[in-house]
Ligand binder design. Structure first.
Ligand code: SF4
Ligand code: SF4
Length: 410
C-alpha cells in the first residue's frame, strides 16, 4: 500500500497506488439551498448517455430527498455503518484548520484504511431492490426507513433537503483501486475517471467499493458503466462548443441555477495550486463556502456542496465534515466578493477559468441575523481558457417592465 496526501482529511492516508495527480481536476459546486428537485439534470443525463436497453436502472445523475431518500437506498448509511463497525466511535476530527488541512485532521479510518486483508476498501453490493426506486421518499420529512440489516433511522418532523449526486471523479477513486482488471483510469489532463469498456469483465468490484455507489452494472453488456463527466464537452471537442471547454449537460440545463463546474490546477503532491480568481477555488478554498460530501470516506470527492441552512448541524457535520458551520455562516452573510461570484452559477455554458469583480455602487442594506449586510451592485466578469471574456453579470438582477400593450396577450 502506498501513502498519499489527502488534503480534505489533513493527513496522509493509505491507497493502492502512488500519488499520480492530474494537471487539472474536474470540480463542481452544487448549491443545495437553491435546488427545486425538478430532475431536469437527471433527465438531461439520461437522454444523453443512458437511454439504451440494459441501462434502465442507471441514473448517473440523481437527486434524492434527504434524510430518507437515496439511490441506491441507504447507500450512505450503510457505508457509514461499515466504517463504524471497523472502528467504533472513530469517525472524529481534530486539530485547527490550516492551509493544507482546511477542515482540521480526520482521526478515524477511511474506507481504504478500514479494509480487511485482501480487500482494497470496505464496501457492499446493493441489492436489486435497493437499485429499484431512484426517487424513493421524495419530498418526505417523515418516512420511516428500516434498513435491511435491522438498523433503523429515527423519525422526525420538520426538515428535508435535496441532494444532487453524480460521480465525484475522486482524487483517490475507490472504483479504480478496486478493479482487478485495471480497467478504470483517471485522465491526467482533467482528472475525469473513466471505465475502459474493452477491459471491463463485469466483476463489479467498482460497484461494491465506490462508497457513493456511482459505478453501475449493465447486465446485457456485462460491464460496469459510470458518469463520464460529458468529457467531449469539457475537452471542447463537442461540435456545439466551437472548441471552447463547456460544462456538462446536467450543469448546463439546471433551471434552479444551483450548479457551477470547472477545472482547478493540481500540484504533483495532490494539493490544489492557489488560484483565488478561479470561481471554484474561491468558493471552496478561499471563503470557504462549499464542502465535500462525506470526506471521511477518503476518496477526496470533487463535487462540493453549499450546505442547506435549515438542517440540524449534527447531521450536516457528519455529511460534510466539521467545516460546515463556517460554510453555512459564509453563505448566510456572504462577503462582497462572494455575492458577486455566486452570480456566476448558470449564466454561461462555457467553463469559467477565472473571474474579476468590478466594484459598483451600494444599492441596499438588509438585515441578516440582527446585523446589517450591505449589498453592492458589483459586476463579475468570467473569463474562458484563453483569457477571453465569456460572461459579464451584475449582482443586482435587471428588471424589465413590459409595455402595457403586451399585457395579457399570451
Ligand atoms: S436541474 Fe438543478 S434544480 Fe433541478 S433537480 Fe437538478 S440540480 Fe436541482
Ligand atoms: S464517486 Fe465512485 S465511481 Fe466516481 S470516481 Fe469516486 S469512487 Fe469512482
Amino acid at each position: 500500500m502506498a501513502s498519499v496526501y489527502n488534503w480534505q482529511l489533513g493527513r496522509e492516508m493509505t491507497y493502492r497506488f502512488d500519488q499520480a495527480a492530474p494537471e487539472r481536476q474536474f470540480v463542481a459546486i452544487f448549491n443545495i439551498n437553491r435546488c427545486i428537485a425538478c430532475q431536469t439534470c437527471t433527465m438531461a443525463c439520461k437522454s444523453t448517455w443512458t437511454f439504451s436497453a440494459g441501462q434502465e436502472d442507471m441514473w448517473w445523475n440523481n437527486v434524492e430527498t434527504k434524510p430518507y431518500g437515496g439511490y441506491p437506498q441507504h447507500w450512505d448509511v450503510k457505508t457509514l455503518e461499515l466504517l463504524e463497525r471497523a472502528n467504533p466511535g472513530g469517525q472524529t476530527w481534530g486539530g485547527a484548520p490550516a492551509a493544507e488541512a482546511p477542515y482540521g485532521v480526520y482521526g478515524g479510518r477511511t474506507i481504504f484504511e478500514a479494509a480487511s486483508l485482501g480487500q482494497q476498501a470496505v464496501g457492499y453490493l446493493p441489492s436489486d431492490e435497493e437499485w429499484g426506486s431512484p426517487n424513493i421518499h421524495e419530498d418526505s420529512p417523515v418516512a420511516k426507513a428500516a434498513l435491511s440489516d435491522g438498523v433503523s433511522l429515527p423519525e422526525h418532523r420538520t426538515w428535508f433537503f435535496y441532494l444532487q449526486r453524480i460521480c465525484n471523479h475522486c482524487a483517490y477513486p475507490a472504483c479504480l483501486s478496486a478493479c482487478p482488471r485495471n480497467a478504470i483510469y483517471k485522465r491526467p489532463e482533467d482528472g475525469i475517471v473513466l471505465i475502459d469498456q474493452a477491459r471491463c469483465r463485469g466483476y463489479r468490484k467498482c460497484v461494491e467499493q465506490c462508497p457513493y455507489k456511482k459505478s453501475m452494472y449493465r447486465p446485457d453488456s456485462r460491464t460496469s458503466e459510470k458518469c463520464i463527466a460529458c468529457y467531449p464537452r469539457v475537452e471542447g471537442s463537442d461540435p456545439i462548443t466551437e472548441g471552447r471547454p463547456m460544462e456538462t449537460r446536467c450543469m448546463a440545463v439546471c433551471p434552479g441555477q444551483i450548479r457551477l463546474q470547472g477545472l482547478v490546477e493540481v500540484a504533483p503532491d495532490g494539493t490544489w495550486v492557489q488560484a483565488p480568481d478561479n470561481p471554484l477555488y474561491y468558493l471552496i478554498r478561499e471563503e470557504p463556502m462549499a464542502m465535500p460530501l462525506y470526506p471521511q470516506f477518503g476518496t477526496s470527492p470533487n463535487v462540493y456542496y453549499i450546505p442547506p441552512r435549515w438542517v440540524p448541524r449534527q447531521y450536516l457535520r457528519q455529511m460534510f465534515g466539521p467545516g460546515v458551520d463556517d460554510a453555512v455562516a459564509a453563505y448566510e452573510r456572504p462577503s462582497r466578493r462572494a455575492q458577486a461570484v455566486l452570480q456566476l452559477f448558470r449564466v454561461t455554458q462555457s467553463i469559467i477559468f477565472s473571474f474579476e469583480v468590478v466594484e459598483g455602487p451600494k444599492v441596499a442594506e438588509i438585515n441578516v441575523g440582527g446585523r446589517p449586510l450591505e449589498i453592492f451592485d458589483d459586476t463579475v466578469v468570467g473569463y474562458g481558457k484563453d483569457g477571453e471574456e465569456v460572461v459579464r453579470v451584475n449582482v443586482r438582477e435587471p428588471q424589465y417592465e413590459r409595455p402595457a400593450q403586451y399585457l395579457n396577450t399570451i
